[in-house]
Design a protein around this ligand. Structure first.
Ligand SMILES: Cc1cc2nc3c(=O)[nH]c(=O)nc-3n(C[C@H](O)[C@H](O)[C@H](O)COP(=O)(O)OP(=O)(O)OC[C@H]3O[C@@H](n4cnc5c(N)ncnc54)[C@H](O)[C@@H]3O)c2cc1C
Length: 312
């Protein structure tokens, strides 16, 4: 049942955000690449900084549980759902523009998808983002996670990030060096930093060569990853001194299955939803994988997927 705090907070949000963008009891399986997750008490789409600021002020003022969601491609949400307010950026936050004072730089809103940013850059003959073209997330999620692939990481191209405090105040620019980027980590994970947009720098190159590199990496991805099944990408982070997928395979866990969740036969670093998997199915697979790998190799795997309202 919805608590008074949530109801009052939703009413306050509706004073700024139009009612048709405040969805009640919205199933999170509709917003996650895993296609898993029960309902969020409310799911709010904010189209600009003013709406975001008002929504954040309302949730932080009331103490209602809340979180930002990007494209939902790195999340495992509980079957019970989320007992609070999910905020998703859209509208103005999807914009991508070339900087007027430096044509090698672009500014992408936090809700811009990596695939769109990649297409924008290819069209303008700007290279340096090819590594990220196939990551199915948003710029906000990529900065938050310091997403990376094929030897590149978002930190390599980000020059500054426009952020806001968790209470919706103090919008400001933070330099790339001050974002505390490390392997699948940024300062935003330490709490309280909302990513609004990122300015990124690239080098000029021939359009067709950039397009060829993007296609080559896409073909590699399709060949190695179970892209035709819902998942959240690599389930575990790369441990020091090894690769999660290799350790999982060495423990004989390829194809290990609970309910609809399975360690992918194609890439053992991925847990996939083969159809109708619940969050509990995925967690059961993850727990078993962690235990068996620890027993066999002495290495403790840490989840890369962010667990929402559930735990291992
Ligand atoms: C098939 C597949 C392949 C993948 N391949 C890769 C890969 O090669 N490399 C890689 O790094 N990842 C990969 N991933 C994982 C995922 O795409 C990345 O982690 C991505 O960066 C997540 O972005 P998102 O927008 O989906 O964020 P979400 O999953 O929605 O959110 C992730 C975290 O970011 C936070 N967040 C999102 N937006 C904001 C914001 N604006 N401000 C503050 N916090 C925010 C959320 O609160 C959450 O904690 C893959 C996933 C899939 C499904």
């Amino acid at each position: 049942m919805m608590t008074d705090i949530i109801t009052e907070t939703i009413d306050r949000i509706k004073m700024t955000v139009p009612e048709d963008r405040v969805l009640i009891k919205e199933p999170m399986g509709r917003h996650t690449s895993f296609r898993i997750g029960g309902p969020a008490e409310a799911f709010v789409l904010v189209n600009n900084e003013e709406e975001l600021s008002a929504a954040l002020a309302a949730v932080s003022g009331s103490g209602a549980e809340h979180m930002l969601i990007g494209n939902g491609s790195n999340l495992l949400v509980s079957d019970e759902g989320y007992p609070g307010i999910m905020i998703k950026l859209s509208g103005d936050f999807e914009s991508i523009t070339q900087c007027a004072d430096d044509p090698h730089r672009i500014r992408a809103g936090a809700a811009a998808l990596m695939s769109r940013v990649s297409a924008f850059l290819t069209e303008r003959g700007l290279s340096g983002f090819e590594f990220a073209s196939g990551i199915p997330g948003s710029i906000g999620g990529a900065v938050f996670m310091n997403a990376g692939a094929y030897g590149g990481e978002i930190k390599d191209v980000v020059r500054s990030v426009r952020v806001m405090d968790a209470d919706g105040s103090n919008a400001r620019d933070v330099s790339g060096e001050d974002m505390g980027f490390a392997y699948r980590h940024s300062k935003a994970q330490d709490g309280g930093m909302i990513i609004l947009s990122a300015e990124m720098e690239f080098t000029p190159d021939d359009q067709s060569e950039i397009a060829a590199r993007v296609s080559e990496l896409s073909a590699k991805r399709n060949a190695k990853q179970p892209v035709n099944y819902p998942s959240a990408g690599s389930t575990f982070k790369r441990p020091v001194g090894g690769f999660a997928a290799a350790l999982i395979e060495q423990s004989g866990l390829k194809g290990y299955r609970v309910g609809g969740a399975e360690v992918s036969e194609k890439h053992s670093g991925f847990v996939i939803n083969t159809g109708g998997a619940t969050c509990e199915d995925v967690l059961a697979v993850m727990r078993h994988v962690r235990e068996k790998v620890l027993e066999d190799s002495g290495i403790e795997l840490e989840p890369e997927v962010r667990l929402i309202n559930c735990s291992l």
